[in-house]
Write a protein that binds this ligand. Sequence first.
Ligand SMILES: Nc1ncnc2c1ncn2[C@@H]1O[C@H](COP(=O)(O)OP(=O)(O)OP(=O)(O)O)[C@@H](O)[C@H]1O
Ligand SMILES: [Mg+2]
Length: 338
Amino acid sequence: MAEPVAEPVLEVRDLVKHFPVTRGVLFKRTIGRVRAVDGVSFTLGAGETLGVVGESGCGKSTLAQVLMRLEPPTSGEAYFEGRPMFPMRGAELRELRRNMQIVLQDPYTSLNPRMTVGDIVGEPFEIHPEVAPRGSRAGRVRELLDVVGLNPEHINRYPHQFSGGQRQRIGIARALALRPKVIVCDEPVSALDVSIQAQVMNLLGELQSEFGLAYVFIAHDLSVVRHLSDRVAVMYLGKIVEIGTEEQIYEHPTHPYTQALLSAVPVADPALRGQRDVIRLTGDVPSPIDPPSGCRFRTRCWKAQDVCATEEPALVERGLPFDHPSACHFAEERSVVP
Ligand SMILES: Nc1ncnc2c1ncn2[C@@H]1O[C@H](COP(=O)(O)OP(=O)(O)OP(=O)(O)O)[C@@H](O)[C@H]1O
Ligand SMILES: [Mg+2]
């Protein structure tokens, strides 16, 4: 089952984002294009978490930027609560911006060092005064700091006076300020120490149940998103190669790329460690400017046959037990020790 259980809050259809590659300074000529996102479709249910996982450069942040309307799409559609998002302008766009927020990876660079925490968290109210009238803002900011586990008394401090984990909490408080329905989290814990990562992940989980938030949660490691995700999409070179429930992806993966990513996840239980055959991917990720023909993963795949170079496998169910969409001509289950 690849569809969310709840009503979709976000629906993405065949989304494409290409960046031109140019040469020359004075007379720029387009000599190619980076296929950063190349036909991505998924739905996100209200209150649900969709994990989006894949190696560096596979297009995760580009997907986030396009969904946040920070970059225009090359083609494709996206719907917020059933309404097409990309043509939105004016009041409708303002409402969309209220409802969709982003939390970024780097808490060191994403906060303005010259602004106090109170100003950072309260800034969205300047743009959307209807959410918190001027007189109530300081109180609202203190409440938000409290909700994310920060001391409301620190409202006048500056970002450098906080630790990495605390700064990420500031970013989360700011994202929550306008009571959004969707938060796109672009690797929000990747820059943090492992011990702090768990705390921030737990906080995001608590906030989700408290406020009914839906998350698109981006990470490059499958282990990071498992606990929080209802469903997971695995990306490779601009495309989703497998999508399914947490159980389907972690216990019954059928795409070789997912199987390879899973086999690289550290095993906590020493008794199980020896049982697992680690799949080592050979070669580098090919360039998204000139991706391989047919299946993009074939140049690194141990199952590749002639057909993989000529026919692109569609992201469809394959008639296997625990079925879910997988884009591989030779999709099959392979037990991966958890
Ligand atoms: N503004 C841009 N102009 C040209 N190419 C870009 C631009 N932004 C991203 N790209 C390219 O698009 C591809 C996807 O990049 P993106 O940042 O979306 O990947 P990612 O999956 O988020 O990687 P990471 O895990 O490193 O954050 C890369 O090849 C990148 O170089
Ligand atoms: Mg990124």
